[in-house]
Design a protein. Structure first.
Ligand code: PMP
Length: 295
């Protein structure tokens, strides 16, 4: 495995970062999780754009242009000769001293890891999953905008612990008004009377790349979509519900907090969008020129 570290491709064992890096000391940095499908890096430009927006908000200067970052990413995929993979792109504040002052960090650290993806079992897609609502609320926008995909995931991790304690894969996270925001590492959608709805980003959610792809697919099919406000009452009484995320893709939800969603089976719109997404994922992205051997 070759890791991109500050401009060089190095073996995994040599890909080491300083213990003084503020990414390690304070979770000061940003990241992306990206999929490669059949040598196609899904919506790479969009992921890179989101990374730079996250960095802008935390005033983190990335020492590469967006185009250079795209090149570095495809170069790392090609070097690892992987047709299907999960890419973790991390930009941390870089090494500094023990104080939090980011000005002490002279150069950001850039890491690109191309790993094997751990897929969810197919039964999750066939039968759907159940969720619980976390007691921990999503960090409010006025404290740290959830659109920033930062290295500090403790808020989500606390909610994930609640999901796991309840025997669930994911937890619904509410914002500080008690309205639905998203899940710990996925966005959430529901269908009611033929309308596809998801919380608008001002409710405190990451602008998911999969979320945007699903909205595009729905609009292409002339389905009515709404980025809106929803409470648990709306989710409990939905006709369909599903999650979206880079790792999850589209996972049907059949129960929330002990309430069955509709008939307890993945709904028709969910199935249509899942099939459409599986078709889209191999063509909507950046094709990587692989070394001859893996073509
Ligand atoms: N919300 C959160 C908090 C996330 O971490 C993620 C990414 N796993 C998502 C939503 C889904 O975003 P994407 O579709 O870009 O993976």
């Amino acid at each position: 495995m070759l890791i991109y570290l500050d401009g060089n491709l190095v073996p995994k064992e040599e890909a080491l970062v300083s213990v003084f890096d503020h990414g390690f000391l304070y979770g000061d940095g940003v990241f992306e999780g990206i999929r490669v499908y059949e040598g196609n890096v899904f919506r790479l430009q969009e992921h890179i754009a989101r990374l730079y927006e996250s960095a802008k908000t935390i005033a983190l200067e990335i020492p590469l242009t967006q185009e250079e970052m795209i090149q570095a990413t495809t170069r790392t995929v090609a070097a690892n000769e992987k047709q299907d993979a999960y890419i973790r792109l991390v930009v941390s504040r870089g090494p500094g001293d023990l104080g939090i002052d980011p000005a002490k960090c002279k150069q950001a650290t850039v890491v690109i890891i191309v790993a094997t993806i751990a897929l969810y079992p197919e039964e999750h897609y066939q039968n759907g999953v159940k969720l619980v609502t976390a007691s921990v609320r999503r960090i409010p926008m006025e404290s740290l905008d959830p659109r920033v995909k930062s290295l500090n995931y403790l808020n989500n991790i606390l909610a994930k612990l609640e999901a796991k304690n309840a025997g669930c894969l994911e937890a619904v996270m509410l914002n500080h008004h008690g309205l639905v925001a998203e899940c710990t590492a996925d966005n959430i959608f529901m269908v009611k009377n033929g309308v596809l709805k998801t919380p608008d980003l001002m409710q405190g959610a990451l602008a998911g790349i999969t979320r945007a792809a699903v909205l595009d697919l729905a609009r292409e099919r002339s389905l009515e979509t709404q980025e809106t406000v929803m409470a648990l009452h709306d989710l409990y009484n939905a006709d369909e519900c599903f999650l979206t995320g880079t790792g999850a893709e589209i996972v049907p939800v059949v129960g929330i907090d002990g309430r069955q969603i509709h008939d307890g089976k993945p709904g028709p719109m969910t199935k249509t969008l899942l099939a459409a997404f599986r078709e889209l994922r191999v063509r909507d992205g950046v094709k990587v020129a692989m070394p001859q051997a893996v073509r």
